[in-house]
Design a protein around this ligand. Structure first.
Ligand SMILES: [Zn+2]
Length: 99
């Protein structure tokens, strides 16, 4: 599945509800799922982690849909030509730098 297909899937499944809920409410759900992922990474089973990664990615796709952002285009533009910091892949930025 591509990122475009993910966004289409989420839009078809939840687009009407997402539009009604809006950005602020959707962002709260996204952050709640991020918290659940943190819990699963700390103490959950592999199966629980798999589910939480799916939820976080689904809610990220939802936010992108509401904001009118094409995730595939965004990732390609920022990371498609290598690390945004050094332009290389693998990255050769120093460990104190963010990338
Ligand atoms: Zn780099």
């Amino acid at each position: 599945m591509t990122l475009n297909q993910l966004q289409d899937l989420i839009r078809t499944m939840y687009g009407a509800k997402d539009g009604a809920r809006g950005m602020d409410g959707t962002f709260m759900w996204f952050m709640e799922e991020v918290g659940e992922l943190a819990g699963a990474l700390r103490g959950g089973s592999h199966d629980e982690r798999v589910l939480e990664f799916a939820d976080v990615l689904a809610w990220l796709a939802t936010l992108a849909n509401i904001a009118g952002v094409d995730l595939e285009e965004a990732i390609r533009a920022k990371y498609g030509a290598g690390c945004p910091g050094c332009g290389r892949s693998p990255c050769i930025c120093g460990t104190v730098e963010k990338p």
